[in-house]
Structure formats: structure tokens, C-alpha cells
Design a protein around this ligand. Sequence first.
Ligand SMILES: *Cc1c(COP(=O)(O)O)cnc(C)c1O
Length: 478
Amino acid sequence: MPKSLLRNLAPVHEMIDDEEIQKYVRELGKELVTNLIREVQDKLRNDILEEKANIISFIKESKEDSDVQMYRLIKDELLERLDKKVESNFQQVINGTGTVLHTNLGRAPLSSEVMEKLSDTVTNYSNLEFDLDSGRRGSRYSHIESIIKDLTGAESAIVVNNNAAAVMLTLSALANDKEVIISRGELVEIGGSFRIPDVMKQSGAHLVEVGTTNKTHYSDYENAITDETGMLLKVHTSNYEIVGFTEGVSREELVQIGHDNGVYVVEDLGSGLLFDLSKYGLQYEPTINDVLKSGVDLVTFSGDKLLGGPQAGIIAGKKELVDKIKSNQLTRALRIDKLSLKALEETFRIYLNPEKAFKQIPVLYLLTQSLNDIEKRGKELKSKLESSVIKNSFHICLEKNVSRVGGGAMPTQDLETWTVVLKGDNSKLYDLWNSLREKNPPVISRLQNEKLIFDLRTIKEQELDTVVENLEACMTRE
Ligand SMILES: *Cc1c(COP(=O)(O)O)cnc(C)c1O
């Protein structure tokens, strides 16, 4: 009996003419779809030949003709596989965690105003490395240098792939085979295996640690300087804070020691801020201008942390040093691509007008939005959920909570926020937390203390309906 079923397999050309499958042919091309049909048919053929119990009983129990039944079996599996080919892997998600710079969720979301400016430049030819004045070869860094100078007060600047690359390049170009002195309190690990001691080794600089974890004195630096010293490096302890019995050497003091002894003073600031956010109730963080004003020779920072731009690493400061970096061999390997360069230029352009920056740069907006606005979205989400099927299975509450800055910035900063919380059966909450990530777009929520939490700080007004629809879809599937 089973083998006779094989005669009922529909020919490939018949399947490919199926209206539903034709939609995928238009999207993916005939060859790919044909190959997939063959694959699925082969799999079914093997299952039948091996008399896999589920296939045989499925077909025997069916009231329909076996050829209709087999056609459906193949088509269902085929459509599932075709959907996977059409769907993007790297896609938008809804961030319900409240963490603004969520490293796993793409760190800084880009400004839509920046994206609008991107398309003309990158879908056409551009003056990326062409000097329109002279008609000769130009530099990709020229497009961004003057705006960085205007915004930060730096003499010169260069941008590379990310801040890790910026630190590596700076060390390699300015301190190769030289000693670099750093406080033991600043031997940072950022995550993703970026550790200052390891980066130092890779760059060819020799690490000289001074002080202790909690205390480093002026004299520690002074005593460590030798003829081999090339640089004093200050690293922002982005993702941790040392509190209690502590002492450090100020930026100004470090500059003093460096310049008295003729060695460079460089600061890895991690997250780059152009505005002091303490006016908005956040803790004070040194801005790039503050750092350069203190006399530091170079500062490096990320494009996609508090700055709110694309992934990039910016090195700004003394022209003589930036020129040395520009001519280093490693620069070519770490260079920024045109998409990011354009996005960074336009992000900086928004900063020229601070008022615009707080509206158009998502990171700045998300960090400084009013608690009232967050609460308003919370109330709206709660009331939408109360008139949905969710109400039948869970308690829906509006609760105050705290969100995080994230991205290894301001680790001790609490951001007051409002959350919508679902309470109820634990295993149901767990299932919901999981199945929300399978939706399109996936919704990322927090499961904590037997609650499913949606932090409204990072959920946009126009995403609220989607959150509700996706939650409902999860419920009806069960
Ligand atoms: C985040 C960070 C880095 C790495 O920056 P990326 O842009 O992620 O490469 C380096 N140093 C410090 C202090 C940081 O906070």
C-alpha cells in the first residue's frame, strides 16, 4: 500500500503553478522554489518508503483521496519553508525592556531624519573620497572633520569603525613599543571581550599599571614615568563605579604630569556626550568639550552610545596627533564605511541645534522624556489590554519601576518609569514571554518576579497597537 502512494505525488510543474506558490516564485525566482519543492517531495517519499508510522496513519485516516492529502502535506511544509526564505533575519523589534542603549537590541536607534538624508548619498555616486574643488582624490574624513571641530572644540578629528578600533589605533599609532601608564582602577572590561589590558597588548604598547583598585595618587603616575613612557591613558569606567574609600587623579592633574614630562595624555571616554544631561535630572557625565578643554591631547568615544548615532569610533583632539593616526597603516583596516559616515555626519548636523537634537535623536529623547508622557502611554496600553482577550487570563496593572541607560553607560543611574505588568499563572506568563518573540515584529519584554513587564520608556506611541495585537495573537494560538 505505501509504495503505491508514491504514484500520487503531484508533478513539480503542477505545484509551481499553484496560485499561492506563484506568489513566492515572483519573490524568490523559479529555480529556488523548484528546488524546495523537490526537497520537500523527496523527504515525503523517503518517509513513505521507510513507512514512517505518522505518515501512513495520517493518510489512512483521511477521508479525502490520498493524492489530495499528499498535495496538502507537501504544500504546508513548502509554505513554511518559503516563509523562512522571504522573512528577514535581521529585523525590527519592539523594545519593552526600558533599557535605552540595549546592546543586544542594536544599541542606539538612529534618527529617522538621519535616515532620510542617507538614501540620496549612498544609492548614487558620491564625493566620498573625491575633492570637488580640485577634481582630485580627497579624504573620506574631510566630510566630518569640520563639524566635529565646531561641536567639540577639537583641532582635528578622524572617525573609524567603532570606539574599540579608535582606542586600538590610537595606542598603535602613538605608543607602539612604548609604555602606557594607566590606573588599576581603570582596567576596564567592556564586554564582548574588549579588555583594556588585552587591547594594549594587541596594539604593541606596554601596559604599566599604577595605584590600586580604589586609590591612585598623583605620585603613582609621576614615579612610573621613565624614558620609555609614551602615554598616560585615562579610561572611563563606563560600566561600573568604585565608591567608598577612593581617590583618583583628576584629568587636569594628569594633563599636568603628562605635559611636564613630554608624554601624550589620552582619554577613552567610552560614551560620547555633547550636552550635559544633568540639567535633565541625569547624573553629570563629562562632555567631549569638557575633556578637551582640560588639555587632554586626544579623546576617543563611540558613535552609537549616548551620542545616539551609528556605530563609529571618533578620535578628536590635537591636529599633530590626529595626522599621525591618519597616516598609520592600521587606519585602512579599521575605516568607517560610507553608510555609517553619512549617518554620523547627519547626526552631528542635528546637534548644531540643541533643541532639535532632543527631539530628533532617539537616545536623547528616550533619556529625557517626561515621566508624564511615559505614564500616558502606559495608561493607553493598559486600557487597550483591558478590552482585549488578555484580560481573561491575566491581571493588568500599571506600576512604577526604573529603567536603565544601558550600553555600559551610567550604570548606577535609575531612570523613573512606568510599566504595564501582567500577573497570573507563571507558566502562562513564561509561554507568553517566549511566544511574543516569535511575532512580527517580535516584542521583547521582561519576565521578573512572576510578572511580565512592559516598560513604556522604550515603547513608542505608534507601537502600542502592535503590542496588543501580538499579545492577542499569542493567546489565540494556545
Ligand atoms: C563602549 C566602550 C568602548 C568600546 O566602544 P565600541 O564603540 O563599542 O567599540 C571602549 N571603551 C569604553 C570606555 C567604552 O565604554
